[in-house]
Design a protein around this ligand. Sequence first.
Ligand SMILES: NC(=O)c1ccc[n+]([C@@H]2O[C@H](COP(=O)([O-])OP(=O)(O)OC[C@H]3O[C@@H](n4cnc5c(N)ncnc54)[C@H](O)[C@@H]3O)[C@@H](O)[C@H]2O)c1
Length: 322
Amino acid sequence: MKIVVTGSAGFIATNLIPRLLDRGDEVHGVDNFFLGKRSYLEPLRARERFTFYEFDLLDLDRLVKLFESVQPGRVWHLAANSDISFGTKYTDFDLKGGTLVTYNVLEAMRRAKTPEIVFSSSGAVYGEPSVMPTPENYGPIFPISLYAASKVACESLITAYAHNYEIRSWIFRFGNIVGPNPTHGVIHDFVLRLRENPRELTILGDGTQSKPYVYIVDCLDGMEFGQKKAREWVNCFNLAVDDQTTVTEIAEWTIEAMGIDRGSIELKYTGGSRGWRGDVAQVKLDTRKMTALGWKPKLSSHESVRRTIRDVVEQFRNGPLA
Ligand SMILES: NC(=O)c1ccc[n+]([C@@H]2O[C@H](COP(=O)([O-])OP(=O)(O)OC[C@H]3O[C@@H](n4cnc5c(N)ncnc54)[C@H](O)[C@@H]3O)[C@@H](O)[C@H]2O)c1
């Protein structure tokens, strides 16, 4: 199948694309390197059936031309501003980089008659729900960050396009996804900061923030599984694990994995119950809709975090990658 992957130099995409290519799919990737990395993309560029296009998805004309020439059978729409804290500084960041980009992708799909979209949403759409673990049909949803507000808007655009233009869609509301090729996030930040200064580590909030961490292989298995099994016009799933890991646990395990003497390092908490404005500090997602279909993650949250710390310490052994 011909597939367009947006955000193709990012964390999730650079783990996904090798799987698609191994299966014989023809992949067309788009990224503007806003957060994506050239070094993660490099091994893919040598592969047959992979073509990369460097441009900003806000350029609708370019996107429409690409879709009209490729005629893809499916889009994996993964591009977004994935760093939630940006939206607190620049209030139109997620509006443009999330919502408008998604509109452009859907519009290019409509014009080229692309029949399927797989979308990476987030458990952040629920805001601070009164029901935990939170199921997919919880509502009304009131997001507390501009990032999450944009994800809700993207989901709404997708469902409207799905019903108006017969575009089948799969929306996955992720927990925190972790694994090799990180571009941002708590493990990425801790490993890089501890390399710089193994005597002190600043931790945002009070360290009790607790979230379900999903290993990238489980995430991709889950998305592919859901995409094959669920055949409504709109299919929406939480994609998470049932346990949660705290930020302090992640800090302690990173220090241990880097061989830093615990007695010689000070943990400095910035305080408050959240990491940043808009951070949902306690997340529990109900995964029964996915597990009822037959999907089960192989790793728990704790295992996913420990494994990722090993992956990232190894990957950043010589410093951050370009
Ligand atoms: N990683 C997680 O824990 C997590 C959790 C929930 C949702 N998500 C969503 O999953 C998707 C992928 O996440 P990720 O962790 O791989 O993030 P990422 O930042 O590593 O990948 C996103 C990619 O999109 C690219 N991009 C952004 N705006 C662009 C634009 N206007 N034009 C072209 N390229 C653009 C970036 O350069 C980056 O390479 C995102 O939509 C994110 O919001 C991720």
